[in-house]
Design a protein. Structure first.
Length: 147
């Protein structure tokens, strides 16, 4: 996995099984070379807003898409989304919530905060893998974002 500006897909997922399935699906489509996996919300915030070894802020990370689980340890996905969309340096990065939550309040709040898409994870492995592969292809190859 790559780090820093080379990251095209940032996967924020605490469930090791779901993370492995997502990475496998992306790899099958040839999209896994520039994926960074973060396993909790604090890691995600540090990835964007932390300080590097020289004391400089690390806000220069610009993946092409963030696949974000909502139910994360330390800092939940809605808070990450809130912070990303509130900062002018990160608000244009597409964020796709990929979660098992079908709660209306999570959907409404995610869109209110500026999520680009809200996907409920399918329980079936093949459907989950296909969903991740489709997301990767769309957001990396078809979607155009400002530079």
């Amino acid at each position: 996995m790559s780090i820093g500006n080379a990251v095209e897909i940032l996967l924020v997922e605490d469930n090791p099984h779901d993370a492995e399935l997502a990475l496998r699906a992306l790899k099958k489509q040839g999209l896994a070379n520039q994926v960074q996996l973060l396993q909790d919300g604090a890691e995600a915030l540090d990835f964007f807003f932390g300080v590097d070894a020289s004391g400089e802020r690390k806000v220069n990370h610009r993946p092409k898409v963030i696949l974000l689980d909502l139910k994360l340890p330390k800092v939940d996905g809605l808070e990450i989304l809130r912070r990303l969309k509130a900062d002018s340096r990160t608000k244009s990065i597409p964020v796709v919530v990929m979660t098992s939550s079908q709660e209306e309040q999570d959907i409404v709040e995610s869109y209110r905060l500026g999520v680009n898409s809200y996907i409920v994870k399918p329980v079936d492995f093949d459907k989950f893998a296909q969903s991740v592969a489709d997301l990767g292809l769309y957001w990396l190859l078809l979607n155009k974002v400002p530079s």
